[in-house]
Design a protein around this ligand. Structure first.
Ligand SMILES: C[S@@+](CC[C@H](N)C(=O)[O-])C[C@H]1O[C@@H](n2cnc3c(N)ncnc32)[C@H](O)[C@@H]1O
Length: 204
């Protein structure tokens, strides 16, 4: 099964022109719910990791220092255009979530929406999120996960061979993944498709 960073960059370059058609309306409520769990304060420094075309931007408070990153230049280009159109001051950069080019303890909030199920090594993405978050920082996750109570069974694993090729892994379990990266989960809410998609807020 191909699930590599190079494959992700290639396929999201192809998906970029169509991404908003698929992901705008469907994820309105999940984005609002996930970002609504964050304890925002004016002046906070926030990092959006694997931010795609920047569909989270309309749901962020305005008085933030906002940094946005994604692996795929075509996605970052669209995110930059969205920020400019909305007259938001956002630093947009092409960057691998597995190797963030920021100092330790730099951000108040890290947002990872629909990225942990996409990147080949979500453990590394979370380790980087942990590294760049301040000691009192908040991690905001929204994604699709296998329920924590049991690992994925054979049929889900078989389906995963297909879904992870074209889009996303459906076998990852949020709680062990996030806890093993050194976070404490503070909130965990179902947000879409009977809990397949969840919004989690975690602290270091
Ligand atoms: C399903 S989209 C989610 C985009 C956005 N977060 C959203 O909520 O709409 C997945 C995004 O992850 C990006 N991506 C995949 N692997 C990545 C990596 N290793 N580092 C950073 N971004 C990555 C892709 O380019 C794509 O834009």
């Amino acid at each position: 099964m191909i699930n590599t960073t190079a494959w992700n960059r290639l396929r999201y370059t192809v998906y970029a022109p169509l991404y908003d058609l698929v992901a705008t309306k469907a994820f309105c409520k999940p984005r609002r719910m996930a970002l609504g769990q964050v304890d925002w304060e004016p002046g906070m420094r926030v990092l959006l990791v694997g931010a795609g075309t920047g569909l989270d931007l309309p749901y962020l408070p305005h008085e933030l220092e906002t940094h946005l990153t994604d692996l795929t230049p075509a996605m970052v280009k669209r995110a930059r255009e969205r920020a400019e159109k909305a007259r938001r001051d956002v630093e947009c950069r092409v960057m691998d979530a597995a190797a963030l080019e920021y100092p330790d303890e730099h951000f108040d909030v890290v947002v990872m929406h629909l990225i942990l199920a996409v990147m080949p090594c979500p453990e590394q993405g979370l380790a980087e999120a942990n590294r760049v978050l301040k000691p009192d920082g908040q991690l905001c996750v929204m994604d699709k996960f296998q329920p924590d109570v049991q690992p994925a069974g054979p049929s889900r694993r078989a389906l995963n061979a297909f879904t992870s090729f074209i889009a996303t892994d459906i076998t990852r379990q949020a709680t062990p993944l996030i806890q093993q990266a050194g976070f404490t989960i503070q909130r965990d809410e179902p947000v879409l498709m009977k809990g397949l998609f969840r919004a989690l807020l975690a602290t270091k």
